[in-house]
Write a protein that binds this ligand. Sequence first.
Ligand code: FAD
Length: 429
Amino acid sequence: MPESSGNKAKFRVAVCGGGISGLALAAFLSKAEDIAVDVFEVKSEVRTIGAGIAIWQCYWDLLKDTVGLEAKCSAKGIPAPKWEKMEGPTLRRADNPANVYEFFQMDISPMVVPRTMLLESLLEETTGGSCSIHTDKRLIGYSSNEDATVTLSFADGGSAVADLLIGADGVHSQVRETMFRDVPTLAQPVFSGQLATRLKCRAEDLPAEHPAHSRFLIWCGDGRFVTSNMVGEFVQMTAYDHVPVPSNGKFWDDWVKQVSVDTVSQLYTGWDPTLLSLLQASREASQWAIHTVGPLPQFVSGNVALVGDAAHAMTPHIGLGGGQGIHDAFVLSHILTKPSIDRSTLTTALSVYDRVRRPASQRIAQWSLECGLMYGFLLPKKREQPPASLAKEFYMRTDWLRNKNVLDSELELVQNELKKALQAQDECS
Ligand SMILES: Cc1cc2nc3c(=O)[nH]c(=O)nc-3n(C[C@H](O)[C@H](O)[C@H](O)COP(=O)(O)OP(=O)(O)OC[C@H]3O[C@@H](n4cnc5c(N)ncnc54)[C@H](O)[C@@H]3O)c2cc1C
């Protein structure tokens, strides 16, 4: 391990990937002085592109308490959310200008902040103490050793040894690829059949007859939909299109590419003219082919575990991929910082993480997928159900998003599972 790792540590954790999940884990673990953490990031600095990220109240409150997110945002001029006053997304049927109507309004909304703000807030919490960040380090694989350590190999020819490796390296995870190297269908992400095109326009560039929409809107129609929200002086939009998935499950083009605004706008010819104005006022558009991961049969193998998108990359339709990565990090750090966890109990600790987080995150991924299908009226068994009642059915599942207690009650489950697993380990030894 690089020299920076703490010598007095009871064990050493290597985190591959300095994105939201990896930095959240590093930030949470940094509070424990007896755990050495090394984050290895392929990029030359920890950074992300500047689009906004939606953070639901339960995760906002968690980050407010653990890494001071709210105070850090306030210091940068982003006021604290007033949850009770924030309007949730309104679903609008928009594919027939003669019959545009709103059929549902969600009564909770996430807070949208620039991604850089979230990442910087997490990064600040990792400085000092027992955590080191190493950039320009591309992991190319790992191997488990007889002494129960794991050796990480990097593209620059270097290596590092740790007691635990956490793959937080996103949808293209090299850690996952190594873990499932014999099962390509699990090792590789899968094209979801959805293209997400991000656009934004200045409110002042819109024609007077179609003013900017400061509301959070989801413009729904047959086979596709657009989300729009005001962030600062911009209306930010994501246009989602469903396309057939080739039989080999592979996307045929670049995963991320610039596309022309005209190409996107043309898909919405004949839709609500207000939506067309928003799209046409955009100056550029970038298209993302949404890939997902799993459901994996395990997030853990020996002393290696996956968190965040590496474990369960999902469609973005409820804005929960990042939140779930933070959730993984919170639960895993809670387990690892228990006094009963040391080198001899690490694999037991990971098995409890797997038991708690895998089913929960995979349920969210499925729900997110179905939400996207609902917005595009593509749920096969639900096509006859009135849109308002269908939306209500979906959003009845959102109440937990406003309450951090859900995380606290999950910790009780963790506590019970850990007790049982440690007892079983004792009995076997
Ligand atoms: C269009 C869109 C909109 C979204 N909107 C939201 C939203 O509003 N709210 C929300 O919660 N989520 C949202 N998500 C999901 C969210 O972006 C992801 O779930 C989140 O970024 C995952 O974080 P991560 O840290 O697990 O992975 P990543 O963000 O992918 O980070 C992985 C890190 O690992 C590094 N890395 C990769 N390979 C290696 C390697 N071999 N060696 C070393 N380092 C490596 C990468 O450089 C990167 O820094 C959205 C996703 C999309 C596509």
